[in-house]
Design a protein around this ligand. Structure first.
Ligand code: NAD
Length: 482
């Protein structure tokens, strides 16, 4: 990112602005712990200017033929692909994910933009007969107006695009706030979009800052709809805040994904998927497998293969593209270490990894090793609370019923996984799991699916038809022609 850009990082009404005060937030490289840049904390006035710009731009944006809106979003998809490498480099620097995961994230963001742009000619309503002679009723899908997007640090670019692309294609305008930990790639992308795409001023606005700036954005009276991704407690605070104006909210929150490994599972397949899921982005993904329920018949076989595979993972400088990079911040590292410490105190055994790293790849980085915990039971905190790091507790179960009961014994309900060779068991378990998504013998979602948290994992959902159309509200128009 250019120096000038980091001096004027508020993107409001199609222009870069300096903030109204000098408060700045440092941005650090998780691999070294050193500060690489800083961004300002937007003031209430800055936020207000952004929401007013979005409000002013919205009617005309909505009146544009939807295909024109889609065309502009497709241009952004192309730019993400064209600039994938430099964007991925910035993403590695501020977030610490390995280079190949960073590049994958940028390309996934392009895929999201392209998929969502295709809803331009599919914003379909209904026509139903009226209750009077010669009457028909049109149920139209209209945008909400101004959408505020609040973004987390773990997948900052793909979530940023996941918010603005469906909101814009359906005729809303947007004000987005990246996480204070990872604002740089977003600003770099917006700079490219500003230079290359003829997006009308005010349609896409970006303000930087921490939780207080996010809270100010949520409570701004110009905002009609809040779409947020983050942790459960932040989601609840946003919902309380939004209640004052009855502002609609869509919350994509934390998870505690169970993986059920049945007695007849292909153990190798289960190990491969669970290792990948638990350690992608150093264990900092909402879909990560966070607890394994393995049948006693295959417990030993699974556990030895799992420990061996986790032990073999290479941690290192993410620019060198090892299997796993550092945790995003000292605070997140401390939370992961605390989870491991707490599990040990409650009786768990460390099968590989642990709280400290014998030979940290760099000094100053936030390192933790892939960790497997044995002798774990359902009552332990490490099984009930989200752990945003590569820590996998393994719980032995005697039956499918017990595994499902344990999996459902959670306040979360986002992703879940089942490994079995039995079609009937797979279908029954998938039906019985109280989770928004279940992966059978695999992992990884698709744009045309739907990513949704049940219970305290959120409300709203993203991706697919439902993720696009949630940015619309129904308006009924009665036609009388007698
Ligand atoms: P976080 O809740 O700490 O922060 C998320 C965003 O909310 C940040 O931009 C932050 O500045 C802002 N914020 C904080 N307090 C706020 C407030 N009171 N009002 C408005 N905005 C506020 O979350 P995080 O640590 O950045 O992200 C990790 C969490 O996100 C994990 O729990 C993870 O599971 C979850 N997550 C969920 C999904 C999903 O799709 N369900 C995807 C990615 C991450």
């Amino acid at each position: 990112m250019s120096q000038e850009l980091s001096d004027t990082p508020l993107y409001i009404d199609g222009e870069w602005h300096a903030p109204a005060n000098d408060d700045s937030i440092p941005v650090s490289d998780p691999t070294t712990g050193t500060e690489v840049d800083s961004v300002p904390s937007a003031t209430t006035d800055d936020v207000r200017r952004a929401t007013e710009a979005a409000r002013a731009a919205q009617p005309e944006w909505e009146r544009r033929p939807a295909k024109e809106r889609g065309d502009l979003i497709r241009e952004i998809a192309d730019l993400l692909e064209d600039h994938a490498e430099p964007l991925a480099e910035t993403l590695v620097t501020e977030q610490g994910k390995t280079y190949s995961v960073a590049e994958y994230e940028i390309r996934a963001a392009a895929d999201i933009a392209r998929y969502m742009s295709e809803w331009d000619r599919r914003i379909e309503g209904d026509v139903v007969p009226g209750s009077e002679p010669r009457q028909s009723i049109n149920l139209l899908r209209k945008p909400y107006g101004v959408v505020a997007g609040i973004i987390p640090w773990n997948f900052p670019i793909s979530v940023f695009v996941r918010k603005f692309a469906p909101a814009l294609v359906t005729g809303n305008t947007t004000v987005l706030k990246p996480s204070e930990l990872t604002p740089l790639t977003t600003l770099e992308l917006v700079d490219i979009v500003d230079r290359e795409v003829d997006l009308p001023p005010g349609v896409l606005n970006v303000v930087t800052g921490g939780g207080a700036v996010g809270a100010g954005l949520v409570s701004d009276s110009e905002v009609d709809y809040v779409t947020m991704t983050g942790n459960v407690e932040t989601g609840k605070a946003i919902m309380r805040n939004a209640a004052d104006d009855l502002t609609r909210v869509s919350l994509e929150l934390g998870g505690k994904a169970p993986a059920i490994v049945c007695a007849d599972a292909d153990v190798e397949l289960a190990v491969e998927n669970i290792v990948a899921s638990r350690t992608i982005n150093a264990g900092q993904a909402c879909t990560c497998v966070e607890r394994v329920y393995v049948h006693s018949d295959v417990r030993d076989e699974f556990q030895s293969q799992f420990v061996e595979a986790m032990d073999a993972l290479e941690i290192g400088d993410p620019r060198d593209d090892p299997d796993m990079g550092p945790q995003v911040s000292a605070g997140e590292l401390e939370k992961t270490q605390e989870a491991i410490r707490g599990a040990i105190e409650q009786g768990a055994t460390v099968l590989t990894g642990g709280e400290s790293v014998a030979e940290p790849p760099t000094s100053g980085g936030h390192w933790v090793e892939p960790t497997v915990l044995g002798d774990v039971n359902q009552e332990m905190d490490v099984v009930s609370e989200e752990v945003f790091g590569p820590v996998a507790p393994v719980v032995e179960v005697d039956s499918v019923d017990q595994a499902v009961a344990y999996a459902n014994d959670s306040r979360y309900g986002l992703s879940s996984y089942v490994f079995t060779e039995s079609y009937r068991d797979a279908m029954q378990i998938a039906e019985d799991l109280d989770f928004g998504e279940t992966f059978i013998n695999g992992s990884g979602g698709a744009q045309q699916g739907h990513h949704i948290g049940w219970n305290e994992s959120g409300l709203g959902g993203e991706d697919g038809k439902h993720g696009a159309l949630k940015y619309t509200q129904i308006k009924s128009v009665y036609h009388n022609f007698q």
